[in-house]
Design a protein around this ligand. Structure first.
Ligand code: ADP
Ligand code: MG
Length: 261
């Protein structure tokens, strides 16, 4: 017999509510497992790959003075495989560098001095390419808690990208400033700029528009900055140039070990 349901009637078994905490934990476990697998795989590949590359280097030396057409053909093939194995090694190194950013060791540092050190380091390559670099440092910037090696790596990635975007020369501006909460670094170039349709993808792992690019420079940079509790933004105008802006909190980040994402 049909009994009409009343609104007041309690449901015998209420549908289970999703537990966001549990889902989060499961997601983290799965992520950690995949990250560990990927890191392990990269390490496993590294040694045999380096043996292969070293043997190819030796083989290329053996054919350093090709005499017959056959020697020339062999050398060309060796060179091709050698180039590709160099490329694989460099991708692997970039990947391991990216994967290694787990723990950061922060200490108060003079940001202006740090930026200047990286600028000075890169200036030789820039000058050779016709790039003029300019530094605008905010005087009296308070010490910023950071991992010096990692922040240098992050800046280096941005400056190398800027140099690659100015093959015929241009201007590179490194500027520091601050607001109430953050120390800010701008890396500005007058290079090719980034088309609007690819701008949303430039921080994706393995995204690159350059032949031989690893596509790991910007993801590594972002991971480093976020591990410091900071952020990185980009603005670009095709044909005019690009500006990356890094913000690092002026107070100590809540945790010195970043979220595994
Ligand atoms: N300063 C820049 N000017 C123009 N394009 C840039 C700049 N920085 C990054 N890009 C774009 O973002 C892409 C990803 O950069 P990145 O992650 O460093 O990888 P890669 O340098 O190996 O290509 C580059 O291939 C390029 O298309
Ligand atoms: Mg790069």
């Amino acid at each position: 017999m049909h009994r009409p349901a009343t609104v007041e009637q309690p449901t015998a078994n209420p549908p289970p509510q999703p537990d966001p905490e549990l889902a989060n934990r499961q997601w983290r476990t799965a992520y950690a497992e995949i990250a560990q697998l990927a890191g392990g795989l990269a390490h496993e590949i590294r040694n045999p790959l380096s043996t292969m590359r070293m043997n190819l280097d030796l083989l290329a030396e053996e054919f350093a003075h090709p005499e017959t057409p056959r020697d020339h053909r062999v050398l060309r093939k060796i060179e091709r495989v050698r180039r590709e194995s160099h490329r694989l090694e460099s991708i692997l190194e970039s990947f391991l560098r990216f994967a290694r950013i787990q723990q950061i060791q922060t200490a108060p540092a003079d940001l202006n001095a740090l930026v200047e050190e990286v600028r000075d380091f890169c200036d030789g390559q820039g000058t050779a390419q016709g790039i003029v670099s300019r530094a605008i440092y905010e005087p009296g910037l308070p010490p910023v808690c950071l991992d010096q090696d990692l922040i240098k790596q992050a800046l280096l990635n941005l400056i190398l990208n800027a140099q690659l975007a100015m093959p015929d020369g241009g201007e590179l501006i490194l500027r520091t400033r601050r607001d109430d909460h953050a120390a800010i670094i701008d890396v500005i170039d007058t290079g090719t700029g980034i088309p609007a349709e690819i701008l949303p993808r430039i921080f994706d792992a393995f995204f690159s528009t350059r032949p031989g690019g690893s596509g790991l420079g910007l993801p590594t940079t972002r991971k480093i900055i976020e591990a410091h509790g900071g952020s990185i933004d980009v603005e670009s105008e095709p044909g005019r140039g690009t500006r990356f802006t890094i913000r690092l909190p002026l107070s100590q980040p809540a945790s010195s070990s970043p979220d595994p994402s």
